[in-house]
Design a protein around this ligand. Structure first.
Ligand code: BGC
Length: 375
């Protein structure tokens, strides 16, 4: 079995099949003509996949875990799904160690701290257990075989573009006041979310069309530990007070928020300072969490990036399936994601944005939410 996995990984490294995201082939499709039974190892046993998720306190990771488990089981695999408490790094490390000692045939990991798994994954490497980095890139480990995620840079540029277009920065006189909020500094995705958004917004800051009155423009200043709503709210309350923002005071035109949990904290701070749907700044988000979509409908949040967790689970299950069956998984990016040991072949899914004008078709017609979920 392990020899076969190694062969698959080498085949994958040598013959990367570059394809577009969103292909609709069945999860059990394989290019290997001597295909095994669903989810079966070459020893004829059912392969076991360890799935490690960071927290159950955010809606998206619950959905990710549920989708992964369902789709892997449908493809015939056994699944060991573990959540690491509420973003508890030692818990995640020991859960992964147990998956390795419990002889999982492959690991799918959404890391809390991308750099905290180097030691734990040495065991996976020794036992030739392939590791797929899920959504967030695991750094500094040569045990990582593949990466399945959304186009994280595009998430950032879409947020920046939304603000640019909403304020009509290319035509309006301005200047406009903006503040910047991003996520956990130990999450590699932040580099892409914040970097992508700033690639769009920085030229307007440089020209003076956009002003950041708090002066907090560095990624480290705008970071939010653990993507915590409470931390984002506290930081924003301080900014409101120190800059003197208010519905009848200094005007705030936009807040770049890298995701929904931080965006929710910012919205709480603004609502408490007297803002309402009629005078809220443009506020971005990511994930289309239910409370945030409700706020979009209510006019409190402007937009959120929709990353359909069903699509990511589908792409990841196909990767797992290919590896277990000894074939090369599909990837569509072999340049962007270097984890410190080299570029990790990646499969990037496409994000889209949702706002009050299109959320029904994107979120309800697609079956992601029901009307009742958002009522
Ligand atoms: C994910 C986002 C999520 C954030 C907080 C990021 O790594 O890509 O979708 O909002 O973590 O959980």
């Amino acid at each position: 079995m392990k020899k076969r996995l190694l062969a698959a990984l080498m085949a994958g490294a040598m013959a990367l099949s570059l394809t577009a995201c969103g292909g609709g082939s069945d999860a059990n499709t394989t290019t290997d003509s001597s295909a095994q039974a669903e989810g079966a190892t070459d020893a004829g046993t059912t392969a076991k996949i360890g799935v490690s998720m960071p927290t159950q306190s955010l809606q998206r990771w619950n959905q990710d875990g549920t989708n992964m488990k369902q789709q892997l089981e449908t493809a015939g695999y056994q699944v060991d799904l573990q959540y690491a408490g509420d973003n508890d790094i030692p818990t995640q490390v020991s859960q992964i160690e147990n998956m390795i000692s419990g002889d999982c045939d492959a690991l799918v990991i959404a890391a809390i701290d991308g750099s905290a798994l180097t030691e734990a994954l040495k065991g996976a490497k020794e036992k030739n257990i392939p590791v797929i980095s899920y959504d967030r890139l695991i750094m500094n480990s040569d045990a990582v075989s593949y990466y399945a995620t959304f186009d994280n840079y595009k998430v950032g540029t879409m947020q920046g573009e939304y603000i640019r277009d909403a304020l009509d920065l290319d035509n309006a006189a301005g200047p406009f006041n903006i503040e910047l909020v991003t996520g956990a500094p130990d999450d590699n995705n932040v580099n892409f979310f914040f970097g992508g958004a700033m690639d769009i917004l920085q030229p307007y800051i440089d020209s003076g069309k956009l002003v950041v009155p708090s002066g907090q423009t560095e990624k480290a200043q705008c970071a939010t530990a653990n993507w915590s709503t409470e931390e984002a709210q506290k930081r924003f309350e301080n900014i409101i007070t120190s800059v003197g923002y208010g519905p009848d005071a200094k005007k705030l035109d936009a807040v770049l928020c890298s995701n929904d949990s931080t965006s929710y904290g910012v919205q709480n701070a603004l609502l408490a300072a007297g803002y309402n749907k009629d005078n809220m700044p443009v506020i971005t988000g990511q994930d289309c969490d239910k409370p945030n979509v409700k706020n979009i409908i209510a006019g409190v949040q402007s937009m959120s990036i929709f990353k359909d967790t069903r699509t990511l689970a589908d792409a990841t299950v196909k990767m797992v399936d290919a590896i277990i069956k000894g074939t090369a998984p599909e990837v569509n990016d072999t340049e962007t994601y270097d984890n410190g040991t080299g570029v990790i072949p990646s499969y990037l899914c496409d994000p889209v944005f949702a706002d009050k004008d299109n959320y029904k078709s994107i979120l309800i017609d697609s079956g992601y939410y029901t009307e009742a979920d958002l009522a």
